[in-house]
Ligand binder design. Structure first.
Ligand code: COI
Length: 348
């Protein structure tokens, strides 16, 4: 861990998110006619690209994020890498990027994590974040799918995504800008979705909020996502999350949370959630908990909502009982101190 030590130490807080990178990366090129090369491990370093490469102009690019953990037995394991690789290909399909061979890619990611296993942090709250991505490299300014691509995967030893960790954060309900609409690219992991959210994130920060709660792009009525995460609410005994309708990313963590809840006998429904229902729930006290879920933050409790100039409380403003239970269960499975009944962890 020595190489990643920071002023505030090498623990979850000191590492932050996505600031340090391990010594190697994967690289593979694609050309029309010959297809994808097998990814190879090379030293981490800058890419030389033609300034006319389509990715710089039209954003034809996709990415993924998955985590590797070092267990007490000394072995490294990835959380649901097959699901992440499958989703990478679904994003490729949406963005007209040629798909990659999933088995070959899984082997390549395993090889990369094995090569940089000394870079996997093992303090509580830390992991190795693997970031595969594909960019369109053809140097040509016509708006059309590129005929050449580059696949790259880099690794970053990370701590908590939000400095607040499991401390509940204030969230700004965005009523003007939207993140995505059904029929667009909201369900693809592509750069433009994140760039499109920055303006609202700045507005949220000005109001002292950590993130944005996104509403649907047509009626500004239904809740969609929170920041770059899926969102869950607990009203009394029922847990709800918006359904995947084309504008919402199919989170791997979202799926794991739904499965855990249902196994625990908790009513967990995917259904449209009106912002009015959330506001009413805060006022009458039936909104007991709200939290975001994603690979980066895992579970991130919401403490309050800033809605049309009003600050609304969520539960008691503390990390709720269910949020803590879910985080504990996932963290335990990922770090190997709870049984992996679902076969989610893959040996590197
Ligand atoms: C995730 O939590 O998986 C994300 O997509 C966050 C990432 C954009 C940093």
């Amino acid at each position: 861990m020595g190489q990643y030590e920071t002023e505030s130490g090498s623990g979850a807080g000191g590492l932050g998110f996505g600031r340090y990178f391990t010594p190697h990366m994967l690289i593979a090129d694609y050309e029309e006619g010959t297809g994808w090369q097998a990814p190879r491990i090379v030293p981490y370093g800058p890419l030389a690209l033609d300034p006319a490469a389509k990715v710089f102009h039209y954003g034809q690019t996709v990415f993924e994020g998955m985590k590797a953990y070092k267990w007490k037995d000394g072995q490294a394991r990835l959380f649901r890498p097959r699901d992440h690789i499958r989703r990478l290909n679904r994003s490729c399909e949406r963005m007209c990027v040629p798909p990659l061979d999933e088995a070959l890619l899984l082997d390549a990611v395993r090889g990369l994590v094995a090569a940089d296993r000394d870079g996997i942090p093992d303090d509580p709250g830390t992991a190795l974040y693997v970031r595969p991505f594909v960019i369109a490299t053809e140097p040509m300014l016509g708006v059309a799918p590129s005929r050449t691509y580059r696949f790259v995967a880099i690794c970053s030893p990370v701590g908590a995504y939000y400095p607040e960790g499991m401390r509940p954060v204030p969230i700004y309900v965005e009523t003007e800008h939207v993140r995505a609409v059904a029929g667009g690219v909201g369900d693809a992991k592509t750069a433009g979705n994140y760039a499109a959210g920055l303006k609202a994130q700045e507005a949220a920060a000005r109001l002292g909020c950590s993130q944005v709660l996104w509403l649907d792009g047509i009626e500004r009525k239904y809740v969609e996502e929170v920041g770059s995460m899926n969102v869950f609410f607990r009203f009394g005994d029922e847990v709800v999350t918006p359904p995947l309708g084309g504008s919402i990313l199919a989170g791997v963590t979202r799926d794991a949370i739904l499965r855990l809840l249902r196994e625990w006998g908790i009513a967990a429904r995917e259904r449209p959630i009106e912002i009015g229902e959330v506001v009413a729930g805060s006022r009458d006290g039936s909104l007991a908990e709200a939290f975001g879920t994603g690979t980066a933050a895992v579970v991130s409790p919401i403490g309050s909502l800033h809605w049309r100039g009003e600050r609304l409380a969520v539960g008691r403003g503390e990390a709720g009982e269910l949020s803590r239970r879910l985080y504990g269960a996932l963290d335990g499975i990922q770090r190997g101190w709870l049984p992996d009944a679902h076969g989610w962890m893959e040996l590197v």
